[in-house]
Structures are given as C-alpha cells and as structure tokens.
Design a protein around this ligand. Sequence first.
Ligand SMILES: [Cu+2]
Length: 267
Amino acid sequence: MAVAPAAWAGAFTPEAGGSPNADEIDRLYRIVLYIAIPIFLIVEGTLIWSLVKFRERKGGPAPAQIRGNTPLELGWTIGAAVILVVIAAVTFIYLGDIKNPASSGPAGLASGVAVASLDQPAPPSDGGKSLEIEVNGQQFVWRYDYPGEQIFSYYEMVVPTDTTVTLKIRASDVIHSWWIPELGGKADGVPGHTNETWFKIPEPGVYRGQCAELCGEGHADMRAQVRAVSPEEYTAFVEERAQEIKEAQEGLAEQRRERATEEEEVE
Ligand SMILES: [Cu+2]
C-alpha cells in the first residue's frame, strides 16, 4: 500500500468527485463517520481508564462490587436510540439525491440527439431526458450498447459531459458487478434481471473501475473505463463507431461471399 498511491484512494472514505451521487455517498459516509469517531473514543477511553483505575491492587481492599445503575443504563439506551434516529433521518435526506438521477446540465448533450427517455421511479425533476446505455457483463468483459442504431463498445464507455447517463445493467452468463468508484456505488449485473444506476460527469476525464463480483478465472482482467468527452466529441464518436461497425459487417459479408464462391468452384 505504501508504494501504490491507488491503494490509498479513499482509504478511509468512499472515492468521489466524478458524479453528484458519488459525492453525496461520500458526504453521508463522512457524517456517520464523524458522529461515530467521538462515540468510539468516549466508549473505549472510559473502558480503558476504568480497567486501569479500578484494577485490583496487591494488598489493597477488594474493589467495590456494583450491580447496575438505572439512570446510567436508561441514559445510554435512550442516547443510543436518539443517535440512531438522527442517523436514519439524515440518511433519508441524502438518499433521494443518491438514488434519483439528477437533470442533465445546460452544457449536456442536446435533446435533438438520440437520448432515451428516463424510465426510473423518480426521473429528473424537470422531466428532463437522459442518455441510456445498456451495460452487459460477460466473462470477462463489459459491453456497452448506446442509444441509436447498433452502436456498441467494449471495455471503454464514452459519454458526454454534463449529461445524465442512466445505465441498465445486465449480465449474460454469471453475476458481475459494475463499479467505477468515483462515479457512485456498485450495481450487480445479474442474468435475467436489470439493475439501474446513473452518473453525470461535469468535466472531461477518465474514470476507471473493475468488476466487483468474483465471476470466474478471468475476473481480475474484467476492468472497465468511462471516458467523458464534450457532447460534440460524443456525437463524433457515435458516427465513427457506426461507420466502423458497418465496415466490419460489410467486410465479413464480403468474406462469406468469397468463401461461398471458392466452395462452389471446388465442387
Ligand atoms: Cu465479472
């Protein structure tokens, strides 16, 4: 860990900074952590102090034998309950912003381009649109299908900045887990089931992650990358991919025709 800075990324708190939901997860985690640290210190400090101060000493009197203390016990039971209620209330305040996709920003992908409508329990509050990408976990690679005509890529997902991207996560063989730490929590890819998550990246950048569910012998190689580019560059990427895929398919069709002709000649 000492020589690998990546090992220290979010060593004590969740990684964040890539998407608003990841930032909110980090904030909520810190609130609970900062409540827990003083409680931990008070409880453990009192315990250790008591062990030392009231230990049995050689030749000393027998320590006082105390059985119960109703006001103290009531106090820490009610106190603990109040703290739990506060944490639960704070959690529900943050949960909405973590779970529900934010709206795409003004600099996001223009609505004229292929953007799927949002089909989630709580769509962006302004009824806005999102770019929906299908994520498919397969031993041992991630495949992404973009909206529009048959645009797909493997390993690297390209997305426009300032645009809400909603993911439909599935798997075609065994259970995988989609996880790009700086873009939010994990979401399992389960065969026959669809999980949803989302992110919105403000600035161009690259975010890395890997499959977070032991899915077979190639699990360690099942990495993933999200590249955020400007909406113009995204549109260019989609056009380029469409061309590449079309050329590859035409090439394949050509090969098949040649093969068929050769076989006919042999006969
Ligand atoms: Cu996997």
